[in-house]
Design a protein around this ligand. Structure first.
Ligand code: TXA
Ligand code: MG
Length: 320
């Protein structure tokens, strides 16, 4: 079993030796390895059973640490980087040859991010290589937001889990790419679209296409619990259409419903705060998934703030 601990020196030593281990970030826990070491990269893919066509994000200490690994940083990308790094922003930039093709699935673009978590910042400062790190969950399942979530699923596969507490944001970073210098969001995430637009003006969102998954996190079925999940914009109508409500759970935004036992309901944010809802989302999905319900009914949130990214995760969790 993995050791769960807070020893940054030990984590650094393991990473230098080519091991993979879990690290905390402000978004979700990552499964990290030396991005320049082919064996470590292969270990990451194998550990989470991830197909090699799904490229990995590289994590750096700061913007200056990114520069040697990319050809250039477009003007609007630099504006975003200066404002939101460290933070829940991932940029797709033209890579230098030093980034192995295994990381990017042969693409010329590499995904780069500067995580905003003091432990992982301290860890990166001890290393002379970037860390490749996908979310530390088996491919397709719900991302982990606590060290225990990681241990529950990957505990027998990795030597160490660096415990940085509960992730403060709770959903993955927002991925932005540039086409002729114009920004396109490839994955909605913890950095709000409104904040991006306040910084660089209008951005477009690239709707997902499963035949050409530019960001396979955008694969239709992803972030999924084992329990069947259905979505609704009108929870009362959906509940009243179900005859046997005994073994049904509801994942709700802010208000309980009368027709279901209280113990079968979880509220993402009693104060209707989408930041709080994002922080709770994956932990609550896991909790409900572990209780043997027949069905989870999840209420869609308003499409504002992090509501957009939460709805994106819920739609993928419910996809067939
Ligand atoms: O918040 C996050 O971004 C977390 C933490 C650990 O940093 N990481 C994360 O990684 O969510 P992962 O691997 O679960 O999701 C990364 C997404 C995938 O959908 C992948 O396809 C996309 O980023 N991606 C990575 N490199 C890419 C590239 N070169 N081109 C297009 N998409 C890329
Ligand atoms: Mg993931």
């Amino acid at each position: 079993m993995s050791t769960i601990g807070t020893d940054i020196q030990q984590a650094a030593a393991l990473l230098k030796a080519g091991e993979v281990l879990a690290i905390p970030t402000e978004t979700v826990y990552g499964l990290a390895g030396n991005a320049l070491n082919a064996e470590a990269i292969v270990k990451i893919f194998k550990t989470k059973n991830r197909p090699f066509f799904d490229p990995l994000i590289c994590h750096f200490k700061d913007i200056d640490a990114i520069r040697p690994y990319v050809k250039s940083i477009p003007t609007k990308a630099l504006l975003l980087a200066n404002q939101f790094m460290p933070g829940p922003l991932t940029l797709l930039l033209e890579k230098q040859d030093s980034i192995p093709d295994l990381i990017t699935n042969g693409s010329d673009l590499v995904a780069v991010r500067v995580p905003n978590h003091p432990m992982t910042q301290a860890l990166l400062a001890l290393l002379d290589f970037p860390l490749a790190a996908p979310s530390a969950n088996p491919f397709g399942y719900i991302s982990p937001t606590t060290a225990q979530h990681v241990a529950d699923q990957l505990g027998d596969k990795i030597p160490y889990i660096l415990d940085g507490g509960d992730c403060s944001l709770g959903i993955e970073s927002t991925i932005v790419m540039f086409e002729n210098e114009e920004p396109v969001i490839l994955r909605l995430g913890a950095l709000k679209m409104e904040d991006i637009e306040n910084c660089i003006g209008k951005v477009s969102i690239r709707s997902h296409s499963s035949s050409n998954p530019q960001a396979p996190g955008q694969l239709e079925k992803h972030y999924a619990p084992h329990t069947k999940i259905v979505l609704t914009e009108d929870i009362n109508e959906t509940i009243s259409s179900i005859s046997n409500k005994e073994n049904i759970a509801a994942l709700l935004f802010s208000k309980h419903i009368k027709e279901l036992k209280l113990s079968n309901q979880l509220l993402l944010s009693e104060s209707s705060n989408t930041d709080e809802a994002a922080k709770n989302l994956f932990a609550f999905l896991r909790q409900l998934d572990g209780q043997g319900f027949e069905l989870i009914i999840a209420e869609l949130l308003p499409d504002i703030g992090l509501g957009r990214a939460i709805n994106d995760r819920l739609r993928r969790a419910a996809a067939k």
